[in-house]
Write a protein that binds this ligand. Structure first.
Ligand code: WT7
Length: 632
């Protein structure tokens, strides 16, 4: 712990020395002239100016001499009866070089955007790395998004290329990814070619001019490739995430700072050792997968399990089977998975040893005390430290977390900031709360290397979203409590972002989808607590005609949300009302309907200033009915 304190103090007092030293452990084609430049007022911060590098040389080439034969990925298929794949660092390097050469031959160049929509197979990691190898900017879209959502993202980033697969089984569900892509690309005239991995031999349509099989792209390609020299601040990837407004933001990360931060945090938070077997259950389609399934572990020469399946297939003991089968030592998952397992009782632990585990991680949403204790007892057998890691798509890597086995933990606390991170709590007026024991909105005072640099194509939006609320601070959107020990406990979003099973959903996006229904003239979506998902969506609709059949309406609305976003964003509750409570200026009072939906109608406060206070009584009655008998 003393070592942490010393490192933290140095990182704040002398950030250039601290991060310069961390960066020295990586391979550079040209050294930086300056560690940090710019600030939060101009929103022009940069890291490692003038350095040149390629992140894939750091992930692959520099390990080959010592670790070439070591496994980079253990691929565990959806079906446990199917063969496991072991991919060594040599194999991965060769696969990345062949695809990099193949993509170059197709005409993909440095700076081009490539959209990736793939199942959890090693070729997904290879796709990200092949893009990075040639300097193309990858934009991964999680495999659960709909055709419309893919199209929106492809067009926003002006992607000319796509990489996908025929499809996948997740549990017993068959997903034909290629036909979803086909539907999406009807709306994307800019896409020239689609590379298609044949993963499951599904019967799909290949459009001759546009679609090319992966195996044809890499055929005859060399297993070596001269990695393109990237500038420190050249974009590495775009990853879309939801915010308060309807349109998802293409969060932009650049090369050098992201690399240094992903590698540093992976090594330190998990206290990764060379003989560890690391398993993160997140999909590569989210930031957790980018930073802690691909870049972080590979930068450290780690061996990772890449799991294609789901926790409940073929039964709820699957995760523990995988842990025992591969002797996993570090296990990193989300509270929603922990709570889902907890709800199944303890049967699924029967016959599972879990003795290989050394460190447990949690990410994506606040972990409640009960789930923390359950995880600690039943999975960690009270001997594995839990690292509750708080961070965001925008932060690139973990900002607040214990260091495994070093920082004393407390259930439901993400504990202390990592070196280089200065958290501050502010009140609604933006005053910094200086006392230790305080609760407020969480901001960060100073840039760290892994911080996002912009919203793709819209720097003004980047500034207004994160830097305009509190001058000179990065605003995270999270509420937070700090205790007498200086420990941080994240309480959840304070904006219109809802965290459903660790999926970040903007209420405005869901509202836009529901508004498409011909009978809906107005709607509002709020988040309410849910025992397993953390939060779930509660939708209120005001209709032109009183809906006759709520089950039918609910089905239609689910279909719309699935089409516009993806089925993970479907509301759990639907309530038809004659109107929504509004202020005199016409703003929907979400606070009021949220309180009612949360089952606390007595806590809505004063409603006399509303434009239409009469709707509130009706909403209370209707909500009580819906909660008793949800239609969806
Ligand atoms: C939001 C970011 C971090 C990668 C996965 C999610 C919530 C994340 C924690 C945690 C409490 C957490 C926050 C944050 N969150 N980790 N350990 N404790 N809340 O990335 O989709 O960008 O979502 O997830 O609300 O703002 P994301």
């Amino acid at each position: 712990m003393n070592e942490y304190r010393l490192a933290y103090d140095e990182s704040i007092a002398h950030p250039d020395i601290f991060w310069g030293r961390v960066a020295d452990s990586f391979t550079w084609k040209q050294r930086w002239s300056k560690v940090r430049s710019g600030d939060y007022h101009q929103v022009n911060y940069t890291w490692f100016d003038e350095a040149k590098l390629n992140i894939t040389e750091n992930c692959l080439d520099r390990h080959l001499l010592a670790l070439g034969e070591q496994t980079a990925y253990i691929w565990e298929p959806n079906d446990p009866k199917e063969a496991v794949r072991h991919i060594s660092y040599n194999d991965l390097h060769n696969m990345v070089c062949r695809l990099a050469n193949g993509l170059s031959a197709m005409g993909v160049k440095k700076g081009d955007r490539v959209c990736i929509y793939m199942p959890m197979v090693p070729e997904l990691a290879v796709s990200l790395l092949a893009c990075a190898r040639i300097g193309a900017i990858h934009s991964v879209v999680f495999g659960g998004f709909s055709a419309q959502a893919i199209a929106d993202r492809v067009n926003d980033a002006d992607c000319h290329w796509m990489i996908t697969a025929d499809g996948v089984y997740r549990g017993d569900k068959k997903l034909v990814l290629k036909s979803i892509v086909d539907e999406a690309l009807e709306r994307c005239p800019g896409v020239r070619n689609v590379v298609v991995l044949n993963h499951r031999n599904f019967d799909i349509t290949m459009y001759p001019k546009r679609d090319i099989w992966w195996h044809d792209v890499i055929e005859h390609q060399s297993e070596t490739h001269d990695a393109v020299a990237m500038d420190a601040e050249d974009p590495l990837f775009i990853l879309y995430t939801s915010g308060s407004t309807g349109k998802p933001k293409g969060v932009l990360h650049t090369t050098a700072g992201y690399m240094v931060y992903a590698g540093y945090t992976f090594a330190n938070v998990f206290q990764h050792q060379h003989d560890d077997i690391y398993w993160c259950t997140a999909d590569i389609g989210w930031i957790t997968g980018h930073s802690y399934m691909v870049y972080g572990p590979l930068l450290c020469g780690a061996t990772s399990v890449l799991f294609e399946g789901v926790p409940s297939y073929p039964d709820w003991g699957r995760l523990w089977d995988v842990v025992d089968k591969h002797r996993v030592t570090i296990f990193y998952t989300a509270p929603t998975a922990i709570r889902a397992l907890e709800a199944q009782g303890l049967e699924h632990f029967k016959g599972k040893s879990l003795s290989s585990l050394r460190v447990l991680g949690s990410v994506g949403e606040p972990i409640n005390e009960e789930a923390w204790n359950w995880y600690h007892e039943n999975v960690g057998h009270q001997r594995c430290p839990i690292v509750d890691t708080w961070w965001q798509t925008e932060t690139g890597g973990i900002l607040i977390a214990p260091l495994a086995g070093i920082t004393p933990t407390k259930p439901s606390f993400a504990t202390l900031p990592l070196p280089g991170v200065i958290p501050v709590l502010v009140d609604a007026q933006g005053n910094e709360l200086l006392e230790k024991n305080a609760e407020g909105n969480l901001c960060i005072k100073q840039s760290w290397p892994g911080q996002a640099r912009s919203v793709y194509g819209d720097h003004d939006r980047f500034i207004s979203t994160y830097f305009a609320t509190y001058k000179g601070l990065y605003f995270t959107g999270d509420g937070c409590r700090r205790d007498d020990d200086g420990y941080y406990r994240i309480t959840g979003r304070v904006d219109d972002v809802i965290n459903v099973s660790g999926h970040r959903i903007g209420t405005a996006e869901v509202e836009n989808a529901i508004d498409e229904h011909e009978n809906v003239y107005e709607c509002a979506v709020v988040g309410i607590p849910h025992a397993i998902k953390g939060q779930c969506l509660f939708a209120f609709v005001a209709c032109h005609h009183q809906p006759q059949n709520m089950t039918a309406l609910s089905k239609e609305i689910h279909k719309l949300v699935s089409e516009k976003i993806g089925s993970f964003a479907r509301p759990d509750y639907l309530c038809a009302v004659s109107g929504l409570p509004k202020t005199r200026s016409g703003k929907i009072m979400r606070r009021i309907i949220r309180k009612i939906a949360e089952g606390e109608p007595d806590k809505i406060g004063d409603i006399t200033t509303l434009l239409n206070p009469e709707v509130v009584e009706e909403i209370k009655i209707k909500v009580a009915e819906v909660i008793k008998a949800p239609v969806s």
